[in-house]
Design a protein around this ligand. Structure first.
Ligand code: GDP
Length: 362
């Protein structure tokens, strides 16, 4: 803009026009090229070649809610399926502070000592609320995070627990196709996510703490029943004695449980993730479990059952989504909810009315 001071009325005064200032937003930022989306075959061949960047992009597609991403993701999964299955899938659970990240870091390094690759995935239903996943975060597993043969992926954050779990299950397929022969799936031992994890792993490891005085009460009985191994962490320093006491308590509690479907007797061990004590023993137990279930056919049987379970889970999830995303259903639901809350209509007739509306369009 020309300076007003240079006009006739300010004769004698001369103001030089200044240097033009750069824009507030860096123009190069807006001009940055949009990433080209690779085609299905390109993604699949990248994954099969063990290309981590391609694997990450495929996982992002799996996690995306955009329909165009979903259809590419499903095609990629379909093509990866014949190359999957060749891994040990291990679920790891424990309450916050039980030492999951410390333990996964050290367990991970232990399994990678013999070569192979490890993927650490997570199911964290709370991440939707906190808008950021706590589990599977790289910063929590310092040594694994920089290991060239480890792939750490935080929990998918969008959707229901069923949806989050399905995405993790699909990510397992992709990781296996990329040559990952060890898969850890981490979850917090406080809710229903354990059931979801249990339905996608071969071995379920429960991390426990000693010395809280209520070892057996602190964890839900259902979770204990799912465990193939219970490991009591922080068996170090003056905590060793308490850890051993807890070990004895867990062992006797397990005696009261019905025999497991696999025929395997869950074991209880103590270790210290922090001081790296007892780690080979934990892994020896897991090795023995795999030998045992592979020999008696349970390994294969369980994987088939899991495949069936996920078929029904996926159907349930898609039906629910289709139902709730229908705008007419949503509008009527809102009305009906008000009526039910005002005691003007019973839950059952209200539900029937909404369902009738939905099915009348079929
Ligand atoms: P998470 O919430 O289950 O992932 O637990 P973290 O791995 O973050 O561990 C919680 C706390 O327990 C951290 O302060 C760790 O340093 C500590 N911790 C973890 N493992 C051990 C262990 O074996 N012994 C001791 N003494 N402390 C541990």
């Amino acid at each position: 803009m020309e300076h007003p001071e240079n006009q006739e009325e300010y004769k004698g005064l001369n103001v030089n026009s200044g240097v033009s200032q750069p824009p507030v937003v860096n123009p190069y930022m807006t001009r940055r090229k949009k990433r080209r989306m690779p085609g299905v075959d390109e993604i699949v061949s990248g994954i099969l070649a063990g290309d981590i960047t391609m694997l990450s992009r495929a996982v992002t597609l799996v996690e995306s809610v955009a329909p165009e991403h979903q259809s590419v993701a499903q095609e990629v999964i379909e093509k990866c399926l014949p190359h999957s299955g060749n891994s040990r899938r291990i679920g790891i659970t424990g309450v916050p502070g039980a030492g999951k990240s410390t333990s996964i870091d050290i367990f991970g390094l232990h399994v990678l000592k013999d070569g192979g690759k490890l993927a650490v995935l997570a199911i964290d239903p709370s991440s939707e609320r906190t808008k950021g996943s706590i589990l599977g975060d790289k910063t929590r597993m310092e040594r694994l995070a920089v290991h060239p043969n480890a792939f750490i992926r935080p929990s998918p954050s969008a959707g229901s627990l069923g949806g989050v779990a399905r995405k993790t299950r699909e990510t397992i397929v992709l990781c296996e196709a990329a040559g990952f022969n060890n898969i850890f799936v981490e979850t917090v031992g406080v809710g229903q996510s354990e059931t979801a994890v249990h339905s996608m792993v071969d071995f379920f490891l429960l991390l426990q703490l000693a010395g809280t005085g209520d070892e057996l009460q602190g964890i839900k009985r259902g979770i204990m029943e799912m465990a193939d191994g219970i490991v009591i962490n922080k068996a170090d320093g003056d905590n060793i004695h308490r850890a051993q006491l807890a070990q004895a308590q867990f062992r006797s509690a397990l005696h009261l449980f019905p025999p497991t479907a696999s025929g395997w007797k869950p074991e209880v061990l103590t270790y210290s993730g922090y001081y790296e004590l007892g780690i080979p023993e934990v892994w020896d137990m897991i090795d023995r479990y795999f030998e045992f279930v592979k020999a008696n056919g349970y390994f294969e049987q369980k994987r088939l059952q899991q495949a069936r379970y996920w078929m029904y889970e996926t159907i349930d999830e898609q039906l629910r989504r289709h139902f709730y995303s229908n705008p007419e259903v949503a509008a009527l639901l809102e009305q009906k909810e008000k009526r039910v809350l005002a005691n003007l209509q019973s839950s059952f007739t209200a539900a029937r009315d909404v369902l009738d509306l939905y099915f009348s369009h079929r």
